[in-house]
Design a protein around this ligand. Structure first.
Ligand SMILES: [Zn+2]
Ligand SMILES: [Zn+2]
Length: 291
């Protein structure tokens, strides 16, 4: 009996030793050149952005016929190409990297006195009598949106932060439904230009609500962009009907097939009432945004 106990203790000790032994190996194991790396988990907390272009070929090469439920990386990439204003879109490990300059491709009063004014400045001609131009102007940036390639519902849903929560197909960031933490857009709305965007004090132009230039030029029921969790954002109508908040869950989306995702996908809809784009946080796990 005593002997058995000793054996158990010895076995337990052995397991602990193995566990500890793995610790020092792990941090050194993040060698990005190893061909298998792009398939390993933990890519989300891998701060290494210096991956070589070869990584995208590896990720693409992984789509052997074994994967049947998930669309291939190439198919995903093709949908992301709808972000027509992106200067670069590519796969890096388990993520899609989207680069944009964040400047709207439509006219705006906020182009006043900028280097693009002669081409893109236009006085306000929207229908909000309370419109007042804020003192900010539009600037240009090097935005990088890093978005999960295969978005999944998160086990713990994170609140959206202030600042960019996603990207519209014209490269302009989506912001959430607050002017400041827990402060509604009530007053901020009066500084939205005729296309429903405006710049921050740091010249970052953005949309909190329906990007009218896109819904007017592309359609009210089309894919308008993506949130940082990788789930697509659609316009305010669907099958010829206005989508109401009652059709959507607390994150402001629902799941069904769309023209871009014939197998169905969770997606957000932009509606005309608060919370507009996203409700109570991300449905999936967000990637990152940097500028
Ligand atoms: Zn704003
Ligand atoms: Zn829908």
């Amino acid at each position: 009996m005593k002997k058995l106990l000793y054996i158990l203790i010895a076995v337990a000790a052995l397991y602990t030793a193995c566990g500890e032994e793995e610790e020092p190996i792990n941090p050194n194991a993040g060698v990005p050149n190893a061909p298998g790396d792009s398939t390993t988990v933990g890519g989300s907390n891998d701060p290494d952005s210096g991956k070589t272009p070869a990584d995208s070929t590896i990720a693409g090469g992984d789509d052997t016929p074994t994967e049947t439920e998930e669309p291939s990386a190439d198919a995903r990439l093709e949908i992301y190409q709808k972000i027509y204003a992106a200067s670069d879109i590519y796969i890096e490990g388990d993520f899609i990297i989207i680069k944009t300059n964040g400047r709207p491709d439509h006219k705006s009063p906020y182009y006043m006195e900028t280097e693009w004014a002669s081409e893109l400045h236009e006085e306000y001609d929207g229908d909000n009598d309370k419109f007042r131009l804020n003192p900010n102007r539009i600037g240009e940036f090097n935005y990088t949106f890093k978005i999960p390639l295969n978005p999944q519902e998160a086990t713990r849903h994170q609140a959206t932060p202030m600042g960019a929560i996603g990207v519209a197909i014209n490269g302009v960031p989506f912001y959430n439904q607050y002017a400041a933490p827990d402060e509604p857009l009530t007053n901020e709305i009066n500084s939205f230009d005729q296309y429903n965007g405006h710049p921050t004090g740091n010249s970052n132009y953005h949309y909190h609500i329906e990007p009218l230039y896109l819904t007017e030029s592309k359609g009210k029921d089309v894919l308008l962009g993506f949130l940082l969790d990788g789930f697509p954002v659609y316009g305010p109508t669907e099958d010829g009907k206005l989508v109401s908040d009652n059709d959507l869950d607390e994150y402001h989306g629902h799941t069904h097939t769309t023209s871009d995702y014939p197998d169905g996908i969770y997606h957000y809809h932009i509606t005309s009432n608060d919370p507009y784009i996203n409700g109570n946080g991300y449905f999936g796990t967000p990637g990152t945004f940097s500028q």
